[in-house]
Every structure is written in structure tokens, then in C-alpha cells.
Design a protein around this ligand. Structure first.
Ligand code: DC
Length: 220
């Protein structure tokens, strides 16, 4: 069974998708980490961001591994590096690149294989897994999303103000919505869930009840 969770940055997708996967005993796929990992490699190799081919090559040969909650490139743990502000700022070059997207969507399908998975991103229910049995579109107000991102940054020892985070988030929302391939849109058959005013475990409870309903309908 495939469960897709799409939505804008900061809606809490990553935390709840991970927790939901754990509860159900499903694999978890963090597709944002893939776009970030290609950007990290691009940064290290000082690629020309305006040239699409070198980035596409990096995506084509991406040796990414997910081990528990950690992300590895070859044997290097890059979990924190891919979430840094520097990498976040350049990841649009990989996410906007149609060839990169094509390679990463192929990789996502290969990693999913025939396993039960919860996959999280922007285009999982629309492009990567249009036939997924259960699709969630997770949202929250702009301010709640920015506060969440600020907390995450502070936990990583980075400093920023709420205004800075809000401005960066508006920019990313525009980029996510305006991308010619893989733009953030709610799949017609996705259930929309707003996380405003909810604790993470309440959201996970709610998502689990949605999934259990789908499972019982499938079995019936
Ligand atoms: O969810 P995130 O913040 O880790 O995503 C990082 C970037 O990658 C963000 O700019 C959106 C983009 N992304 C995407 O275009 N498609 C996905 N399936 C996942 C992430």
C-alpha cells in the first residue's frame, strides 16, 4: 500500500509522515531530502546552477540511502547538512529542473518497489504515485508553518527571525506552486487536512484513522 503526503513547506509533513509510517510498520520516504541531497552535491562541486545537465547527472547517479531517521550519501551521514539554510536556499535549482525530477521520481518508485510506504513531498500523489491507495494533502496557516520552521532552525543552532522565515517561506511557496513540472497541487482524490491548532500526535491519530478507513474499504 502506498500513502502519499503532500503539502507546503512547514505544514509538519515530515514529522507526522515519519510517525505514521512507524505506527503502521510502513517504510518512510523523505523525497525532499533527495532534492536537497542533489543540491548539496551541486554546492560542493560548485556547479553552475544555470546549467541543467550537470545537476541532472548528479540526480541520475544519486547514491542516497535512508537508514532509520538518517540520510546517507555513500557512507556520509548528511541528515543535518541537507537541512542547512545554505542548502535550502539552492534546492530550488534541483526542484525546478525537469530532468532532475524525472530521475528522482524514477528513484522514488524504485525505492518504493512493492513495499508498504508512506512517502512525503510535493508531487507524490500527483506525479510519482498517481495510483496510490491513500492520498493526504497536509496544510497549515502561513504563520504556523513559519513558527514550526523557526523552531526547527533554532534546534539546529541556526539563528533567524520569524519575519525572515516568513519571507523565505513565501518565496518557496511561490516556487513550489509555479514550478512547470511537479508543481505543488492537491491531487483531486487527496484528503485535505489542516494541522492548525493540532499537536503532532493528534494529526498522526487523524491520519491513521483516514488510512484505517481506506484499508477497511479495500478489504471489504
Ligand atoms: O520538503 P522539503 O522542504 O525537504 O523539500 C525541499 C525542496 O524540494 C522544496 O523546495 C520542495 C522540493 N520538493 C519537490 O519539489 N518535490 C518533492 N517531492 C519534494 C520536495
Amino acid at each position: 500500500m502506498i500513502i502519499t503526503i503532500d503539502g507546503p513547506a512547514g505544514a509538519g509533513k515530515s514529522t507526522v509522515a515519519r510517525a505514521l509510517a512507524r505506527r503502521l510498520g510502513f517504510q518512510f520516504l523523505d523525497t525532499g531530502a533527495m532534492y536537497r541531497a542533489v543540491a548539496l552535491l551541486g554546492m560542493r562541486q560548485r556547479v553552475d546552477w544555470e546549467r541543467p545537465e550537470p545537476l541532472a547527472e548528479l540526480a541520475r547517479h544519486l547514491a542516497i540511502r535512508f537508514v532509520g531517521d538518517r540520510v546517507f550519501l555513500q557512507d556520509e551521514d548528511v541528515t543535518d547538512a541537507v537541512r542547512s539554510t545554505e542548502v535550502t536556499a539552492v534546492t530550488r535549482h534541483t526542484a525546478d529542473n525537469p530532468q532532475v525530477r524525472r530521475h528522482l521520481v524514477a528513484l522514488q518508485r524504485a525505492l518504493a518497489g512493492s513495499q508498504d510506504i508512506v512517502t512525503e513531498g510535493r508531487d507524490q500523489g500527483t506525479v510519482a504515485f498517481p495510483d496510490a491507495e491513500c492520498k493526504i494533502f497536509l496544510t497549515a496557516s502561513a504563520e504556523q508553518r513559519a513558527r514550526r520552521r523557526l523552531r526547527d532552525l533554532q534546534a539546529q543552532g541556526e539563528s533567524a527571525t520569524l519575519e525572515e522565515v516568513l519571507a523565505a517561506q513565501q518565496k518557496r511557496d511561490r516556487e513550489d506552486a509555479g514550478r512547470p513540472v511537479g508543481a505543488l497541487v492537491r491531487a483531486a482524490d487527496a484528503v485535505e487536512v489542516s494541522t492548525d491548532g493540532m499537536q503532532a500526535d493528534e494529526v498522526v491519530d487523524h491520519l491513521e484513522s483516514i488510512v484505517r478507513r481506506v484499508i477497511s474499504k479495500t478489504v471489504a
